[in-house]
Design a protein around this ligand. Sequence first.
Ligand code: F6P
Length: 554
Amino acid sequence: MRAGGDQRISETPQWQALAEHHGQIRDRHLRDLFAEDPERGTDLVVTAGDLRLDYSKNRLTRETVRLLAALADAAGLRERTEAMFRGEHVNTTEDRAVLHVALRDPATSGLVVDGRDVNAEVHEVLDRMASFADRVRGGHWTGHTGERIRAVVNIGIGGSDLGPAMAYQALRDYSDRSITFRFVSNIDPTDLAEATRDLDPASTLFIVASKTFTTQETLTNAREARRWLLEGLGGDEAAVAKHFAAVSTNAEKVADFGIDTENMFGFWDWVGGRYSFTAAIGLSLMVAIGPERYREMLDGFHTVDEHFRTAPWEENLPALLGLISVWYIDFFGTRTQAVLPYAQYLARFPAYLQQLCMESNGKSVRLDGSPVDVATGEIVWGEPGTNGQHAFYQLLHQGTVLVPADFLAFVRPNDLAHDRDLDGMHDLFLSNFLAQPRALAFGRTAEEVAADGTAPDVVPHKVMPGNHPSNAIVAPELTPSTLGQLVAAYEHRVFTQGVVWGINSFDQWGVELGKVMANELAPKLQSEGAPDYDSDSSTNALVRLLREGRGRPA
Ligand code: F6P
């Protein structure tokens, strides 16, 4: 039976079977699950491309996985996946197709959606991006005074920042070190000021990235960047064309802003902001790592897209990530998900995933508008290991909340470290990656603690309860391809969750009200004379405080 139409997932026999099964698993300890099933550590493993997921340290059995796969079928995950890949308007509230998978499809023609050849358009833009990136990297794209570009500043926010910023950092070892890359997102003026303070306008290129080209933060930063540029170059407006490129779906607004649409790279409304860094939003990244490496990254994405589309659920890495998270969120009642990359280069990966996961699945109504009756999206957070170990792992080990964690690691260090003969250091790094999930899962009993000669009154403080679940995702090395594979795995994890919960993972109406209110409140801060205090009493008092603090009539 499928949970399509009006049927709630919680009313399916598959959900109820899981609820019952949870009663049997809830109090089982990972120590016992491993003792009973010695092959667990090698059997509860799946691969997709170069990624290996070991999900054995989760509070589940082979039966749980079977029941979760049945739940995926009941939710119609296969049909929904096909509908997405076919270009159906699965984003119902915005009446749009959802086709980020087409952005990394090597096919150069064939997929026709809403009367357009999607593959052909994607490849046309990719080719234009490649030629632009080559010109900048090769020093052939010169600024207003004829100097080559030495700094690229990406101005964008949310999906127009987090993807390229995260990926640039992740792939820094592959980047052109003769060019400085900066990412400005916040409307806090210090962000732009810091990013440009040591740059020379004559050799700086701004890439203004905004799907809508209406976002307050991005347009304000771009306007101020233009002012900085023109001040630095003597005020000749003609300089803008040499120092500004745009990435957007909105050619009209780009032209209104004053950027030559010759320097604009387009994409389409069927690419959601948080799914857009393999669209032209990745332009700054392509300049950094070059078109060839960029294409390797797209191929990595595509490998996992195809895996997700075709592999049975029990061998499907992204689907398993999604289904296991549903198991925790809806049956164990967890509310957060830690993502712990043992890779310094992945420092921004948790922040990137916050938008991907929380903007997608932070929803409380179903596709038909009725309220959900199951818990949905989790709070995603994390920091690179080992830094996190010295900060918040204490709570993971001995606190009172259950936090499922994804541990990520790479077998080999990047060339930068390898060439410096730092492989031994990488071993120490990896020993932490091995130790933490092991300590979380198996802990240390009171008897074991006491056997060390610990004073009886201290024993309870040193007991490590264990039974804290985790996944381990390992790839051979952090490359453009493995990064693409990893991101695609999480994208489809989010999709899997959304389908099970019956929600729309592709809209984000919840962010709109705050934007409207900010626009209403800005004049109250900016007005010459005292404003009307017609908001709530708390906001009124804060407006007064901010005005007084800046010497304005309050
Ligand atoms: O406010 C949320 C959001 O709409 C995101 O979904 C999006 O990634 C971000 O703003 C930036 O939007 P844009 O690319 O249109 O500037």
